[in-house]
Design a protein around this ligand. Structure first.
Ligand SMILES: Cc1cc2nc3c(=O)[nH]c(=O)nc-3n(C[C@H](O)[C@H](O)[C@H](O)COP(=O)(O)OP(=O)(O)OC[C@H]3O[C@@H](n4cnc5c(N)ncnc54)[C@H](O)[C@@H]3O)c2cc1C
Length: 316
């Protein structure tokens, strides 16, 4: 019989292979390569399950060991502390699979599927509905949790349902109403916790693939002209304080190009903070706080971060 290994602080932390599973749980694993900012320290433990069964086994392992769980999709909306994260980090990007059902016009995709790839696949089939999403470099799970959106559309507009795995290993299905979507948020950022394992979206099949592909391409080209896609970032750092635009307030406060260490307020789009080379997570964090202070003083507007800041940061 295989016995399961649980960590203790005196151990030398070898990788762990979970029994009856292909999962390997790695100790002290770097997280910076798993984020689009390319900054941050290591995970105490990291696992990248390739199936929902392996995901469940990983959740059970962490729960039994009393370790906190952090989920990372494509890491495109994360600022992870230079000190890293305690507990188990579950990276979902190997949970892949997508089915386009031509009877219903529904797309069902596994949590780690790339939103960009799905948008192109839908366009090439002549399915409308995801053209706006082609510039969002995240996973299906991240898009659902964040209610990612662009070009006056968002994930909630397409969403039908999602399968959620909770920390007790219970599987449930949440409807659109239960997800409580609002601007860049959902119930999964608040009272409910759980891991999105799969989601279903309603699209409109039957259009000319050349037309849908052309619209999709226009969205990509527009973004590459107006946003700094060539540098590491997390996209927009702050939620727009509707009806105002965070980018415009930051720009009008004279902060474009302002830099702390390797973190800079983008000269192309002021709501992006980019890593111009060698930035630390602390540089980005300090710049976020600086922007909040300057915009607050200048415009009496409190900018709220959209980026998820995980772990410990030093206040300056
Ligand atoms: C260049 C660039 C452009 C961007 N443009 C846009 C844009 O136009 N619109 C927009 O909305 N966003 C944009 N973003 C931000 C980001 O891509 C989105 O928020 C995206 O939905 C995050 O998905 P992710 O898989 O990277 O999630 P992550 O960044 O990995 O995680 C985000 C949050 O979701 C949680 N999470 C992730 N997967 C799961 C899961 N399966 N189950 C439970 N929780 C999960 C994480 O714990 C975290 O709290 C941009 C980012 C970049 C770098």
């Amino acid at each position: 019989m295989t016995s399961v290994y649980y960590p203790s602080s005196r151990d030398e932390l070898p990788p762990i292979r979970l029994p009856h599973s292909s999962c390997i749980i790695k100790p002290q694993a770097p997280l910076a390569p798993l984020t689009t900012y390319r900054v941050g320290g290591p995970a105490e433990w990291l696992v990248s399950p390739r199936s929902v069964d392996d995901l469940q086994a990983s959740v059970n392992w962490a729960t039994t060991a009393g370790l906190p769980i952090t989920v990372v999709g494509a890491g495109s909306n994360l600022l992870i502390s230079d000190r890293g994260l305690p507990g188990l980090v579950i990276c979902t990007r190997h949970l892949r699979g997508a089915v386009f059902d031509s009877e219903t016009g529904q797309l069902t995709a596994t949590a780690g599927e790339s939103v960009v790839r799905l948008a192109w696949q839908a366009a090439e089939r002549g399915w409308q509905g995801m053209e706006w999403a082609v510039g969002i470099p995240g996973t299906v799970g991240g898009a659902v949790v964040m209610n990612a959106g662009a070009h006056q559309s968002c994930t909630a507009d397409l969403f039908v349902s999602a399968r959620i795995l909770d920390s007790r290993g219970q599987d449930s299905i949440l409807s659109r109403e239960e997800m409580a979507f609002a601007y860049r948020t959902s119930v999964l950022q608040g009272e409910a916790n759980g891991i999105v394992t799969q989601a279903t979206f309603q699209l409109q099949p039957g259009a000319d693939p050349a037309m849908v592909t052309a619209t999709t391409r226009q969205h990509v080209e527009h973004r590459h002209r107006t946003q700094p896609y060539h540098l590491p970032s997390c996209g927009s750092v702050f939620r727009n304080p509707t009806p105002q635009s965070a980018g415009r307030l930051i720009e009008q406060a004279g902060l474009k190009g302002y830099q702390i260490g390797g973190a800079q307020v983008s000269t192309l789009h002021a709501n992006f903070i980019v890593n111009v080379g060698g930035a630390t997570a602390q540089d980005v964090y300090q710049l976020i706080r600086h922007v909040q202070t300057v915009v607050g003083d200048r415009w009496q507007v409190g900018l709220e971060p959209e980026v998820k800041m995980l772990g410990e940061f030093a206040e300056c």
